[in-house]
Design a protein around this ligand. Structure first.
Ligand code: 4AD
Ligand code: MG
Length: 431
């Protein structure tokens, strides 16, 4: 069965191929009929010429409805005018199934209508381009770390404790052992990995019971989290810069066609090279004040604050040293000002907001014990984590990059719901 794929047609010009796929569209003009076949790697037009093929074959054109599945045989011709640059001179056709009336037509549909049919919506050209960019981002991430001596040490999804505060936990019963939580971040386990392997990353789905209905929040999202023993905040920032440059430049190189189809202006993406812009939290607050935003030092930035800050830069901006009281328990304090945490966020340009959150970790046992108490976290659930400070504690740092926000930014989308095959949000659990 496998046949040839549309993306490989250039290697078969003048030859006969077999293609399998679905009907994307069709049109006819007099004695000539075109079937647009899509196979997941592209779309190609198959040409039927009356007189050149049997009456029966010519008539099968009328039977085929949008998204009907079929196979064709024919000769590959180079044709600059054809979509994709090639066409198939059709000589045989086999229908697998005639599709019922397809709900998604070339006319405009509302987003909720499409989201309810996400399993079908994924077939359309725009979704196709987005998913291919997502795929390339994920591959670039793995290549980046794998090429730099990092070991993949994945974290569990079912966990006995919170990582990022207790307000966004999804809870479930766990046999006779009481409650389990869906992980908010693999970080704490990645820290154990870093103490075992030096440089590690974990990469998997993470969960937040986010009650907010914004264009940046999903309740299930993918996060990649590097963690490095002996890296301080500055090393962590440099790693993040190099990492972002690698991801964006790889996508620009390998997915130019998809970005063009998404009508993405890539000017700002081309700027993603190190060094990126770098400011402290204090400087970010100054920017907000200058822009007339009512913002009080000590608060966390909201979505609109992030937009205002990032709009001042033509590339991602690194914001470091946040007030400790708005950050997680595990962050190390700045020795120069204990009110501040050695935290780092990266805000994407063009108003896309935070894509990376990270920090240097508290490596002192007694301080960490104190933080756990201050945050009213159950110490018993963290005993294993505290062991990392009891047995050979070292300075270490890491960060998490959210895949969906990164895809949304690179593709220039206005909502994260299109960046993941099947989004999970406060009001959406299906399909
Ligand atoms: O800033 P966050 O909460 O950081 C952590 O979870 C750290 N433990 C990571 C670490 O240091 N290893 O989340 C990191 C990133 C955010 O910058 C954002 O890109 C993404 O995860 N993110 C979300 N993406 C979609 N929907 C949500 N609800 C998200 N929450 C965070
Ligand atoms: Mg964050």
């Amino acid at each position: 069965m496998p046949g040839t794929h549309i993306e490989d047609l250039s290697q078969h010009v003048g030859g006969d191929v077999e293609l399998h796929g679905w009907l994307y569209n069709k049109r006819s003009s007099g004695k000539i009929r075109f079937l647009l076949l899509r196979d997941g790697t592209g779309v190609v037009q198959c040409v039927m010429m009356k007189g050149n093929i049997s009456e029966e074959l010519f008539a099968s054109f009328d039977q085929l409805t949008q998204e009907s599945s079929f196979s064709v045989k024919g000769k590959v011709r180079k044709d600059e005018r054809a979509p994709g640059g090639f066409e198939i001179e059709l000589s045989a056709l086999k229908i697998h199934q005639i599709a019922k009336e397809y709900p998604i037509t070339p006319k405009e549909h509302g987003v909720e209508f499409l989201a309810d049919r996400r399993h079908l919506w994924l077939r359309s050209a725009r979704q196709h381009a987005i998913m291919r960019v997502r795929h390339t981002i994920i591959k670039a991430i793995r290549d980046f770390f794998d090429g730099r001596g990092f070991t993949l040490v994945d974290s569990p999804i079912l966990t006995p404790n919170a990582v990022e505060g207790t307000t966004t936990l999804f809870e479930t019963e766990y046999f006779d052992l009481g409650k389990a939580y869906l992980t908010q971040s693999g970080q704490l386990y990645a820290e154990a990995g870093a103490m075992a392997f030096g440089k590690v990353y974990c990469f998997g789905p993470t969960f937040r019971a986010e009650k907010s209905k914004t264009r940046r929040h999903l309740s299930e999202f993918w996060m990649v989290e590097p963690e490095v023993a002996f890296n301080d905040l500055n090393d962590n920032i440099e790693l993040a810069e190099e990492f972002l440059e690698y991801i964006v430049q790889t996508v620009l190189k390998n997915r130019a066609e998809e970005l063009k189809n998404l009508e993405r202006n890539t000017t700002f993406l081309e700027n993603v090279k190190k060094p990126l812009a770098r400011i402290s939290y204090d400087e970010a607050v100054e920017i907000l004040k200058k822009k007339g935003v009512a913002f009080e030092w000590g608060n966390d930035f909201g979505g609109t604050d992030e937009t205002v800050i990032s709009e001042q830069f033509d590339r991602p901006v690194i914001v470091h040293r946040y007030p400790a009281k708005i950050k997680a328990f595990y962050m190390k304090r700045d020795p120069l000002n204990p009110e501040l945490a050695l935290a780092v966020d990266v805000l994407a340009p063009e108003g896309y907001g935070e894509i990376i959150g990270g920090s240097q970790r508290e490596d002192d046992l007694d301080v960490l014990l104190q933080r756990i108490a201050e945050h009213k976290l159950p110490q018993s659930a963290f005993e294993w984590y505290l062991d990392l400070r009891r047995f050979g504690s070292v300075p270490h740092s890491g960060f998490g990059l959210g895949i969906e926000r990164t895809v949304g930014w690179i593709c220039g989308l206005d909502h994260v719901r299109e960046t993941i095959p099947f989004p999970r949000m406060i009001y959406r659990l299906a399909p």
